[in-house]
Write a protein that binds this ligand. Structure first.
Ligand code: GLC
Length: 409
């Protein structure tokens, strides 16, 4: 599969002088980005842009970049990268430092996430383009019918699901349980809300804890004991498959990212029947940062033009458009006070508040190894192949090994 994409990119781009913007995203998102690109080309007649469209799931895009950027290919200029790849790609030398391109004023206008994760060894490697966090979508009509409010705690969520599904033929909670990066995000949100963690501020692995055991048991039980999540949660549910179930009216609650708000607003039934709130908690609110950032391929031959495109895509005006048309949470601080966006995106204050204490996935060059260990073990618990305690002990051991191995390098 990766081979086919590479062939596509190479044959297409080698014949032209266009800036190639490589992006994996949903269909609606790509459609809108095309419109933005047309506007950019209208304003900059000397620059043409070609889109290199990849599949939306982050893991598939990651494989693609390992082969293209890893091969030092100059055929991509601008890359939309997941927040978890920044440290890895920068330390591999695949990203162009942006310090000499950006003005101090522009840099300061971004949300503070930029200084937290786009900077490595004092160099700036990417700019945030979409500030994503996990939210709880709910069926307002059903909660009203059964005189319930959006739950504050996970225990409340379970009891609401059980109450409603006694009379309605519907699942309670839809989330991302398949073995892939989305599962890690869901796990980190759950453990964060129970004061658990995987690696502490000093770099110690702390995954094997009673806080985390409670969470793994909980994730297993929502599927198999409380039966509020579909049995295929662990084998099939990703962002899009869980969203589809929700839009088909098959779930009361859905955990998903901000883009889902816009799609629900375009759905004639859900438009008036969907609400959105922070994810429930055990002891505290917790969200994982899931943003997408823009970077320049270090081997690009069109870096000036690539920067021009990034400046346009991350500008105040374009960010505003992305918020209004795709419900992407903006990455420019001022837009969090924009009355029209606040009206359109009722969850914006939740994002703003969450960004202050947001849970980052470890910003380490070897994050893919960490993620792989988490994905495999959590998945085994969900499918009943191992107990929570065994999985935690094994994850603790494996994470320490990976950490030691990479710190020696
Ligand atoms: C979303 C997030 C991204 C995360 C992915 C997991 O795309 O923005 O950060 O890695 O979901 O599926």
């Amino acid at each position: 599969m990766a081979g086919a994409w590479i062939a596509y990119t190479f044959s297409r781009t080698s014949k032209t002088d266009e800036v190639v913007f490589s992006i994996g995203a949903g269909t609606e998102e790509i459609r809108f980005v095309k419109k933005l690109i047309e506007r950019f080309e209208g304003e900059n007649p000397a620059t043409k842009v070609a889109l290199n469209v990849l599949p939306a799931p982050t893991d598939q895009q990651h494989h693609y970049y390992l082969t293209t950027l890893g091969a030092k290919s100059p055929d991509i200029d601008v890359v939309r990268i997941d927040t978890i790849w920044i440290a890895e790609f920068a330390s591999a030398g695949w990203l162009e430092p942006l310090d000499d391109y950006i003005t101090a004023e522009n840099r300061a206008s971004f949300i503070p996430i930029l200084e937290k994760i786009d900077v490595g060894d004092n160099d700036l490697y990417a700019l945030p383009w979409d500030a994503n966090i996990g939210l709880l979508y709910y069926r307002k009509d059903l909660l009203e019918k059964y005189r319930e409010k959006p739950p504050d705690t996970w225990e409340e969520l379970i009891s609401i699901c059980k109450k409603i599904s006694r009379s309605e033929h519907i699942y309670g909670y839809l989330w991302q349980g398949k073995q892939y990066e989305g599962l890690v995000c869901n796990f980190l949100e759950f453990i964060g809300s129970n004061n658990g963690g995987i690696i502490d501020a000093d770099g110690n692995v702390i995954i094997n804890s009673p806080h985390n055991k409670k969470i793994l048991d909980f994730m297993h039980d929502v599927i198999w004991k409380h039966r509020i999540s579909p049995p295929n949660t662990h084998s099939e549910l990703m962002e899009e498959s869980s969203r589809h179930l929700f839009q088909q009216g098959k779930g009361i609650f859905l955990r998903n990212w901000t883009y889902v708000w816009d799609l629900c607003q375009k759905d004639p039934f859900l438009k008036n029947n969907v609400g959105v709130s922070p994810l429930p908690k055990f002891v505290r609110e917790s969200s994982v940062y899931g943003g997408w950032h823009l970077a320049i391929n270090a081997y690009s031959k069109k870096k000036e033009k690539a920067w021009q495109l990034i400046e346009f895509l991350t500008s105040h005006e374009t960010q505003r458009e992305l918020a209004m048309n795709l419900s992407w949470a903006p990455t420019k601080s001022l837009l969090y006070k924009d009355p029209e966006i606040l009206q359109q995106l009722p969850f914006l204050p939740v994002v703003e508040r969450s960004l202050e204490g947001v849970h980052m996935r470890p910003t380490l060059p070897y994050y893919p190894w960490i993620s792989d260990i988490l994905q495999k073990h959590i998945s085994r618990v969900l499918s009943g192949q191992t107990s929570s305690q065994e999985a935690l002990e094994d994850m603790q051991k494996r994470l320490v090994e990976v950490h030691n191995e990479f710190s020696r390098k």
